[in-house]
Design a protein around this ligand. Structure first.
Ligand SMILES: Nc1ncnc2c1ncn2[C@@H]1O[C@H](COP(=O)(O)OP(=O)(O)OP(=O)(O)O)[C@@H](O)[C@H]1O
Length: 575
């Protein structure tokens, strides 16, 4: 029996030390040797206080009371000890035993657990407060976690989705979790519709890998309707800034050609008087630039310059935008009414771009404003005096529009008091080289290049081209050439020139391919969605081909400029 007890005593992980009534060591097991560093033979019979200075066994001998589960340091470790008196049958204390264990490893683990708990709480707070919708699936593709933003976005409560397969919240598109789980690779920018309301989202997902094993997938969804809304607001803000600023002066107009120099002289002359100016010229020739310069040289330069693109505003809104409206003038009218562009430009200049696009009914009202120098807001009766210089611009042959009954003759005469004709670039080739040098400097700054000039061979090619999009096209073209330059290159040489577009063919090819793809995929899109997609792609391609020039694009696609603006807004095209 003693042998068995010896084995037990020396194989247990609990350290044990026993002392007699005098405090001399009578038992010192293997675990006690490991923790204290002493050998049994060296300590047996010695007073415990000589071996372990901090011992409390003498107190237990004295008091006869046990001390249980006491934590205390011992050397570099921490131990947890229980000390018990040993009593004879009469209850007299005849010795004491200390049982203890090194708990420094457990303490380290406790520390680790505490830190993990802290981190967990931090993650939980982020998870619950972030505006990004987050969803987590396990490695089998079962939803295990979603945050409140996810429920707000998808309309699915936690309990409706947890435990369900990854595909359960998808209204349209492929599950990003399943893609991640099958490929172990992240997915970026996937467009999906989710939840019972088919909310449009852009989603990213990444695998959760623990010790080299896939444990699941975490997905983040961004509300696309919100992004679209913000984008629209940004576009509107940009439009407003553009409208309010007259950035250019005559110093910004680059010209060598005599025809162009004459136009500039005429414009300078006009800027010194309040005369109504009609700027004529093809799209991209610099009409807006002239309008800015005239305003900035006039005595109105410290007042507003308001640009109105008459083609970009829908016919139904144009009148109320130009002349303002009174409260309750129509359904949806803002409380308190709204002032129109003419009132906004009071004391300054209004630039009526694409004047040929004004509908005939609005033309009559515009004529009245120009004659009487007063506006009456839509839904109102009180005339409001305005002092506004008018600069109008068009790239349409207004005379032909008059013949066809689309433009009022009397308005034409009102506007055509001081016409300035800006020649197309193909008729002033002398301007091409100075414009290129000006543009190289501008784009060097923008793209961080060091271009200085253009080689004679490259120049020859550019002089041969017709530039149907005029300076705007040249500007975009040189921008692309500068991007093609290496950082150390100073010359735009022929091999750095971008291709000129022959896009009609490409466009047709693209259109056909696209249609076939849609059908081959057996996509369940409606005919309308397919047609709209093709329409959008076609407009984007044509706009690219025409360097963003709306007029040329409208012509190429055989739609009215107004219709094109409408579609650009409808499809949120930014070019
Ligand atoms: N002579 C010039 N010197 C420098 N830059 C020019 C010149 N002419 C045009 N540009 C630039 O070319 C671009 C197109 O010019 P602008 O917008 O004034 O043309 P537009 O005739 O008003 O075109 P649209 O009829 O399409 O509105 C602008 O970025 C403008 O700064």
């Amino acid at each position: 029996m003693k042998k068995e007890l010896d084995v037990i005593l020396n194989s247990t992980h609990d350290a044990m030390i026993a002392v007699d009534i005098e405090g001399k060591i009578t038992l010192f097991n293997r675990a006690a040797e490991v923790i204290t560093g002493f050998n049994e033979e060296d300590v047996l019979g010695k007073p415990i206080a000589e071996v372990i200075t901090s011992t409390r066994l003498p107190y237990v001998l004295n008091s006869g009371e046990p001390e249980l589960n006491q934590k205390q340091p011992m050397g570099n470790t921490v131990i947890i000890t229980s000390r018990l008196p040993v009593k004879d049958e009469a209850g007299k204390v005849i010795g004491a035993v200390a049982v203890f264990r090194d708990i420094s490893e457990i303490m380290d683990l406790t520390d680790e657990i505490y830190k993990l708990k802290e981190f967990h709480s931090l993650l939980e707070a982020i998870f619950n407060s972030t505006q990004d919708a987050i969803t987590v699936c396990d490695e089998k593709g079962i939803h295990v976690l979603v945050n409140p933003a996810y429920s707000r976005l998808t309309g699915l409560a936690r309990q409706e989705i947890i435990g369900k397969p990854a595909t359960a919240d998808i209204a349209r598109g492929e599950s990003i979790h399943m893609q991640v789980i099958s490929t172990k690779k992240p997915v970026k920018n996937a467009r999906l519709k989710v939840g019972p309301h088919g909310k449009e989202v852009v989603a990213d997902a990444a695998p959760i890998i623990v010790d080299g094993h896939l444990r699941g997938s975490v997905g983040v969804l961004h509300d696309l309707t919100e992004i679209k809304k913000l984008n629209n607001e940004l576009m509107k803000a940009k439009q407003i800034i553009r409208k309010l600023e007259a950035r250019y002066t005559f110093d910004d107009i680059i010209a060598k050609d005599e025809g162009m120099l004459t136009a500039i002289e005429k414009a300078k002359e006009a800027s010194l008087t309040p005369v109504t100016v009609l700027l004529r010229g093809e799209s991209g020739t610099g009409k807006e630039l002239f309008a800015h310069a005239i305003h900035n040289m006039s005595n109105r330069k410290y007042n507003q310059f308001v640009r109105v693109n008459c083609a970009a505003i829908s016919q139904s809104l144009l009148e109320s935008e130009l002349f303002g409206y009174e409260e309750g003038a129509f359904t949806g009218a803002r409380k308190g009414g709204k002032i129109g562009f003419f009132e906004e430009a009071h004391g300054g200049t209004i630039f009526l771009d694409e004047i040929g696009e004004i509908p005939i009914s609005t033309q009559a009202k515009l004529l009245r404003v120009l004659q009487e120098k007063e506006v009456i807001r839509v839904g109102g009766t009180n005339p409001i005096n305005i002092d506004v210089r008018v600069i109008a611009a068009t790239n349409l042959p207004l005379e032909k529009a008059i013949e066809e009954g689309e433009f009022r003759e009397d308005l034409y005469y009102r506007l055509n008091v001081f016409p300035i004709f800006i020649p197309p670039l193909r008729e002033r080739k002398k301007d091409i080289y100075p414009l290129i040098i000006h543009l190289i400097k501008k784009f060097n700054e923008e793209y961080g290049r060091n271009g200085e000039d253009i080689s004679p061979e490259a120049m020859e090619k550019l002089l041969d081209y017709d530039w149907p999009g005029n300076v705007r096209e040249l500007q975009n073209y040189i921008g692309r050439a500068i991007i093609n330059l290496r950082y150390h290159e100073k010359y735009i040489t022929v091999d750095r020139l971008p291709m000129f577009f022959d896009n009609d063919k490409i466009l047709m090819k693209d259109r056909k391919q696209k249609t076939v793809i849609q059908l081959q995929e057996g996509n369940d899109k409606s005919l309308r969605a397919i047609v709209e997609e093709i329409e959008r792609d076609t407009i984007v391609a044509s706009l690219k081909k025409n360097n963003g020039n709306r007029t040329l694009t409208a012509k190429a696609l055989d739609v009215s400029l107004r219709n094109l603006y409408y579609k650009i807004e409808k499809y949120n095209i930014e070019l």
